[in-house]
Design a protein around this ligand. Structure first.
Ligand code: ACO
Length: 330
């Protein structure tokens, strides 16, 4: 049996607390104008004391249950894409399952960094395509403030906290819902963006703490260049193999890492500004959260209608990147 998965509900959650560029000027040697010019970011959201990844994920999931008017016990499977789980184990998917009362579901976390949501969406869609499940909850949620060094100006201005989620259900026709994905990894680029400690290679110790090894480290210029190249290549390839061009897209939803990365990819794909979803100015890079948050906002802003062709594209640590092509079915 083969059928596509379609998105039947979207939800997002952003913490209340805002951290703007002026606040960051008080923490590191930076300026509002540098951050705006080089990244497009005006502010980002940060969790309050004690607020967890699973709290944000649960809030996004509850929006989905409301929108779809269904009980949590109808969910078959939960996949949480994240690099900042509440803890290594149990998985945040299990914590979330308990928080929302999804008593019939099983679940797992998936680590694909900034591409985590696309990896999770493609994975969840397989359980629908095979006919195994009817309702799969896909969450992208990250508390980036928990792994950012607020004394490192090269990274602390770029990230924020937030969560988004979608519900997948079966469709009947071929070119409905999620009809193609193209996902990539290249471990050779792992050295450009990583968190060295906390895993089994460098377990937490006084030394790893003293050496700031529990924070994000990156070669921003390399990631910048590779992100543009990777996002443009997968976007072109997935469109071309269905005979589409950028002109056929109703909406391009790129991962939100840097406005200049988005603009460069948009230019190379020959897209008009009205075809592109951008909200990085409000939330910065929420890692696995960016794409589902964008989808939830696009829906709130009535920028999506049934039958629209939508391209999701991401790039992140791993290196990981990819595209998903879908017909919007809501
Ligand atoms: N405020 C002021 N000055 C800064 C800051 C800051 N926050 N950060 C760096 N600078 C300085 C640098 O020290 C450098 O000074 P120098 O010339 O005296 O050495 C100067 O600004 C230029 O630095 P560059 O690194 O060349 O600046 P660039 O234009 O490349 O922007 C940035 C840096 C924003 C990190 C960019 O490279 C980028 O966005 N890279 C992608 C990284 C990313 O998004 N990673 C996250 C996840 S992966 C993904 O999602 C794609």
């Amino acid at each position: 049996m083969s059928r596509n998965a379609k998105i039947t509900a979207v939800g997002k959650y952003l913490p209340e607390k805002r951290l703007n560029n002026i606040d960051l000027e008080n923490l590191v040697e930076t300026s509002d104008s540098w951050i705006v010019e080089r990244t497009g970011i005006l502010e980002r959201r940060i969790v309050s004391n004690g607020q967890t990844n699973s709290d944000m994920a649960a809030a996004a999931a509850r929006r989905i249950l409301e929108e779809r008017q269904m009980g949590a016990d109808e969910i078959d499977l939960i996949i949480v894409a994240t690099v900042t789980p509440d803890m290594f184990f149990p998985s945040t998917a299990c914590v979330l399952q308990e928080k929302i009362g999804a008593t019939r579901a099983w679940g797992f976390d998936l680590l694909g960094a900034c591409s985590g949501f696309l990896y999770a969406l493609a994975s969840g869609a397989q359980f629908i395509s095979t006919g195994t499940y009817q309702k799969v909850l896909i969450v992208g949620s990250d508390v980036m403030s928990s792994i950012i060094n607020f004394r490192d100006r090269a990274t602390c201005v770029l990230f924020g906290d937030g969560a988004g989620a979608v519900l997948l259900e079966p469709t009947e026709k071929d070119e409905e819902g999620i009809f193609d994905f193209l996902l990539k990894s290249d471990g050779r680029g792992g050295k450009f963006l990583y968190m060295p400690a906390g895993g089994s290679l460098n377990p937490a110790s006084h030394e790893t703490i003293d050496r700031n090894m529990h924070y994000v480290h990156q070669d921003g210029r390399q990631v910048f260049k590779l992100a543009i190249k990777g996002m443009v290549e997968v976007s072109r390839e997935i469109l071309e193999r269905h005979g589409y061009t950028g002109a056929d897209l109703a909406l391009y939803v790129p991962h939100q890492a840097n406005l200049r990365i988005i603009q460069a990819s948009v230019e190379k794909l020959n897209l008009r500004p009205d075809q592109v979803m951008v909200n990085i100015q409000k939330y910065a890079n929420t890692t696995a959260g960016t794409i589902p948050i964008c989808l939830a906002e696009a829906r709130e802003e009535n920028r999506l209608k049934k039958g629209d062709l939508v391209l999701l594209t991401s790039f992140g640590a791993g290196l990981t990147w990819g595209s998903i092509l879908l017909r919007w079915e809501l």
